[in-house]
Design a protein around this ligand. Structure first.
Ligand code: CP
Length: 305
């Protein structure tokens, strides 16, 4: 699973249904089933992560897979070993699935072309974050009573550097959601006029009558020299607060993939408000990644999936 562009609408709905069936396991007193006993999942995270890495680990363990993690720190990548040799070394230990996160767009595709095991893109550069988009869809589907049609989502913030925005725009528009994006012009990517979205640079206009708003982290580590916005001005113009959501449809929800810069792209009280789905998204991440691991780890097992 390298990108949501691989998924047809029925594929996506099947994954979301499967995730819903796995979600129940996460509420049991004993949160473990033997479904993936004997399978091995490697968490190969060359870029930092809290949610994606931990939730894949929890998802694998809840299904009784053996999981182990390798990162840049503590590995021979730090001694200059190449990505290729590291991947081939991991493959020699016969994993069923490798989840890779990397700061370079295309790293997951590179590994998938090299290895016979299942590969999940856990986020590559600005390119794609398919399981984040799936868990966001899962969270919105629950909040929206299973309907995506006639719904409008606003994605707000650092669109230019966001793999989450790219994956969500593709997946949600394929399900019939109208997507708006809002950012300062310097944080809109080249070619945005060809994206299937409505583009705004004014938050008050963009948020009007939406069914949900998704804030994105201002990715300070990915800004090009000289283009970093003035943070006080950015916060004044683009920080989503409770007052903005009064312009949205009644019952509208707020999402953020995390980690949040509180006070910069989302206000403190908005992040903690009852309309916030931020922690629902984390819980949805476990169920969604259980579904992804199940489908990939059993794909050669004679039709188990
Ligand atoms: N949303 C997300 O990818 O979070 P992490 O970077 O903590 O994994």
């Amino acid at each position: 699973l390298l990108d949501v562009t691989q998924l047809s609408r029925p594929d996506t709905l099947h994954l979301l249904d499967l995730a819903a069936s796995f979600q129940e396991i996460n509420t049991r007193p004993v949160k473990k089933v033997p479904t993936l006993k004997g399978k091995t999942v490697v968490l190969f995270f060359v870029e930092d992560s809290t949610r994606t890495k931990t939730s894949f680990d929890v998802a694998g363990k809840r299904l009784s897979a053996d999981t182990f993690a390798l990162g840049k720190s503590g590995s021979s990548l730090n001694k200059g070993e190449s990505l290729k040799d590291t991947a081939l070394t991991l493959q020699a230990m016969s994993p069923d699935v490798i989840v890779i996160r990397h700061s370079s767009s295309g790293a997951a595709r590179y590994i998938a072309d090299l290895l016979p095991c299942g590969v999940v893109n856990g986020g590559d550069g600005w390119h794609a974050h398919p399981t984040q988009a799936l868990l966001d869809c899962f969270s919105l589907r629950q909040a929206w009573d299973n309907t995506f049609e006639d719904r409008t989502l606003l994605i707000l913030g650092d669109i230019a550097h966001s793999r989450v925005a790219r994956s969500n725009i593709h997946l949600l528009t394929s399900l019939g959601v109208r997507v708006r994006i809002c950012a300062p012009r310097t944080l809109l990517p080249a070619g945005v006029d060809h994206w299937p979205v409505e583009v705004y640079t004014n938050l008050e206009k963009a948020v009007r009558d939406v069914d949900a708003a998704m804030c994105l982290r201002l990715q300070l580590e990915r800004q090009q020299a000289g283009l970093l916005p003035d943070l006080a001005e950015y916060s004044r113009r683009f920080c989503l607060g409770l007052g903005h959501m009064e312009l949205a449809r009644p019952g509208a929800k707020v999402l953020h993939p995390g980690p949040m810069n509180r006070g910069l792209e989302i206000s403190d009280d908005m992040a903690d408000a009852s309309a916030s789905l931020v922690l629902n998204q984390v819980a949805a991440g476990v169920a969604t990644r259980m579904a992804v691991l199940y489908l990939l780890a059993t794909r050669n097992d004679g039709g188990r999936a």
